[in-house]
Design a protein around this ligand. Structure first.
Ligand code: APR
Length: 232
């Protein structure tokens, strides 16, 4: 049965109350990427970076999944074939919406990482500067989030899924950040049908076979309904 691979971005969580990055008034309009989302920025000013992620962690813990997150969880449950969700988002809304085995290619706000020994553990709501690693005890804890200039997580697994996809969908992502922005081409090269679901066509829209425009909380449940209504 057809395998569906879904890539999501910040646009799927915006109706839950979380800002996107590049929309008007988005996170990158309020913060400099170099300061809060690079290893160099963390080395320069760890208090600023920890503060940025602490605020996002607390905010993300206070919001609920929306109809788009829930619809994807339903698709995963009811679709006779495999449904793989790859997200660029660091919030836990896919899981809160009922999805399983979500691949977080940019990490998660809920995770902490030791930049000395690589140990991972559950992040405290407020991570302090010099927070000790519970494994090596060095003051080298950082958010387990992938910063610019760093390699995203689970890339081999993601490319394997793209290579065997029959249908690829990109939902609520501007397609401006690589390698995620090139996934549509990987999937197409493997013969998959491709669809973009977004408020507006992105720069990469022409790279998709079809696109569905509108708010994710409306378009995604409809899209899932149509897929599940297909005669098997
Ligand atoms: N429904 C559907 N799409 C929406 C909605 C909505 N309600 N609101 C906004 N969008 C779309 C916008 O049109 C835009 O194309 O979501 C996209 C958000 O784009 P970005 O802010 O660039 O977020 P994203 O694509 O997830 O960013 C990718 O960049 O900054 C890094 O690591 C960060 O994971 C992030 C990556």
């Amino acid at each position: 049965m057809e395998k569906i691979v879904i890539l999501t971005g910040a646009g799927i969580s915006t109706e839950s109350g979380l800002s996107t990055f590049r929309d008007e008034g988005g996170l990158w309009a309020q913060h400099r990427i170099e300061d809060v989302a690079t290893p160099e920025g963390f080395a320069r000013n760890p208090a600023l970076v920890q503060g940025f992620y602490n605020a996002r962690r607390v905010q993300a813990a206070g919001v609920e999944p929306n109809a788009a997150h829930k619809a994807l969880a339903r698709l995963q449950k009811d679709w006779p074939g495999e449904v793989v969700i790859v997200t660029q988002n660091v919030d836990g809304l896919h899981e809160a919406g009922g999805a399983r085995n979500v691949i977080h290619m940019h990490g998660t706000l809920a995770g902490a990482l030791c930049s000395a020994c690589g140990h991972r553990w559950g992040a405290p709501p407020e991570m302090a500067v010099g927070e000790p690693c519970p494994s090596c005890n060095r003051p080298t804890a950082r958010p387990d989030v992938v910063w610019f200039g760093e390699m995203p997580y689970h890339m081999d697994e993601i490319y394997d899924h793209l290579a065997s996809a029959s249908l690829f969908a990109a939902i609520g992502t501007s397609g401006q950040v690589y390698p995620a922005a090139a996934f549509v081409h990987e999937a197409q090269a493997a013969g998959a049908q491709t669809v973009e679901i977004n408020l507006e066509p992105t720069l990469g829209a022409s790279g998709f076979d079809t696109y569905i425009l509108g708010k994710a909380s409306e378009t995604v449940p409809n899209w899932v309904e149509q897929l599940l209504a297909r005669p098997s």
